[in-house]
Design a protein around this ligand. Structure first.
Ligand code: EPZ
Length: 421
């Protein structure tokens, strides 16, 4: 059991380099199943979900070698289309292997994925899409068997919701399928474009990614990009570091990010009174005085305000002047962090989709458990600005999506220690 012990009240001064995107590297690692030869990836975040993906690839018979943020994957000797339930349960993104394994073998057996408890998180759209492409799928007490004896055939998908994972699964199933696939109402997140860029670098014929309508022409096989493929920066990690400064005060330079991916987030920080300067791949933030509540924050699909930043932006607003209103439109149960924030003195009432945060003058330290990945990150942000000491348990959640949390924050002047009990 590990905890982060955080001495609050210390303004940040310094810079933090943004890691590669968790939600981009995971589908790219799954896509390696479809590639002949050795794929080289760069800027992969050193986080536990990445290692979980590597364990799945190894279990499938692939050779995975890593050196820091560089990862090489060779699936030439891979021979298994099956993923055991323990590996499937290790994260949500394991479900993305369905499309890749069906694309390579025409069959696979897996089970329901894991991931943060944000509500039911069904996979009905994934299953329906694979069936439309010719897979016969049975689900017996959670064991999912997929079989496409004639291989997969491209078709038209019109998603009822622009699901990120479903869009990714269809892309992976379609790149080597027979004929053309069109995905209407596709997810438009930057991580979708990153996956499309990777697949194009491997010889896939994909267009329209980022537009909401993706067109894929199946090809016979994919081959490794000639140069190491670089994973995009993690926009949610960048937002997290901005929030740390908004909570703790001081000045922070968030480097190696893509500000264009944060066009719905940066204005919220500015509305609260933080001074923001964007130049190149850097975002500078300076928080001088007490923040002010921004307009209502409604989470939605990209390019709107991301659900993954909801808890993170709530942290600094707990002590803002005025009342902040949140509407969580993506997940059914994504206010689990509010209980811990209330234990720090926050005044938050959450019911259904809506959370109302009435700013208090200051938060105080607490002992709390991270409820999920982004909720845990939000508690770290809040603890940095709180008076006194906080102990945040459930660091395993935070490690799923953030590399080097305590080292990065201490390099910017925070007092954060990881204690193993
Ligand atoms: C991805 O999850 C991200 N995870 C999530 O990030 C992110 O919050 C989410 O997209 C939305 O942007 C990864 O990329 C690994 P969805 P995913 O399919 O693919 C419902 C983080 O903290 N739905 O777009 O699971 C679903 O229940 C994580 O980094 C169905 O009903 O998200 C949810 O309400 C958390 N049936 C909504 O759609 C389905 O078959 C959005 O899900 C699929 C989804």
């Amino acid at each position: 059991m590990q905890k982060l012990v955080i001495e609050g009240g210390k303004p940040l001064f310094g810079e933090i380099i943004t890691q590669g995107a968790k939600n981009a590297v995971l589908p790219v690692l799954a896509a390696c199943v479809l590639c002949k030869g050795t794929v080289r990836l760069a800027n992969c975040p050193c986080i536990s979900d990445r290692y979980a993906s590597a364990r799945i690839l190894t279990a499938l018979g692939a050779r995975v070698t890593t050196e820091g943020s560089s990862v090489s994957v060779c699936c030439d000797d891979a021979d298994s289309p099956n993923i055991d339930s323990a590996l499937m349960k290790s994260m949500r993104s394991s479900i993305i292997f369905m499309g890749a394994l069906l694309g390579r073998y025409g069959k696979c057996t897996l089970s329901c994925p894991g991931g943060c408890n944000l509500g039911p998180r069904p996979i009905d759209m994934h299953i329906a899409a694979m069936k439309r492409m010719g897979a016969e799928i049975t689900d017996e007490h959670g064991a999912i068997s997929c079989n496409a004896p004639k291989g997969l055939t491209g078709c038209r998908h019109s998603l009822s919701f622009p699901s990120v994972g479903t869009t990714e699964n269809i892309m992976l199933a379609a790149v080597c399928a027979e004929g053309e696939t069109v995905i209407s109402n596709a997810a438009r997140e930057p991580e979708i474009c990153c996956l499309a860029d990777f697949l194009r670098a491997c010889g896939a014929k994909i267009s329209g990614d980022g537009s909401g309508r993706i067109v894929i022409e199946g090809v016979r096989e994919l081959y490794p990009p000639k140069d190491p493929f670089e994973i995009i920066p993690d926009r949610i990690a960048a937002a997290t570091w901005l929030s740390c400064a908004a909570c703790a005060g001081g000045e922070l330079l968030v480097r190696n990010c893509n500000p264009a991916h944060l066009e719905a987030v940066i204005p919220i920080f500015e509305q609260t009174g933080c001074r923001i300067r964007v130049f190149g791949t850097n975002i500078y933030i300076h928080r001088r005085e007490r923040l002010t509540a921004p307009e209502t924050i409604r989470t939605t699909v990209y390019p709107g305000f991301p659900t993954d930043a909801q808890a993170i932006i709530m942290a600094p607003l707990c002590t803002a002047r005025g009342t902040s209103v949140f509407v969580e439109n993506i997940f059914e149960n994504r206010y689990r962090h509010t209980e811990a924030m209330r234990s720090m003195g926050a005044d938050i009432r959450a019911e259904g989709k809506v959370a109302v945060v009435t700013g208090v003058p200051a938060l105080h330290g607490t002992v709390a458990e991270a409820p999920d990945l982004r909720g845990g990150a939000a508690l770290v942000c809040a603890a940095l600005g709180a008076e006194g000491t906080s102990e945040i348990y459930g660091v395993n959640y935070i490690d799923r999506g953030y590399e080097d949390t305590e080292r990065l924050l201490c390099s910017a002047g925070a007092d954060v220690k990881r204690i193993s009990e």
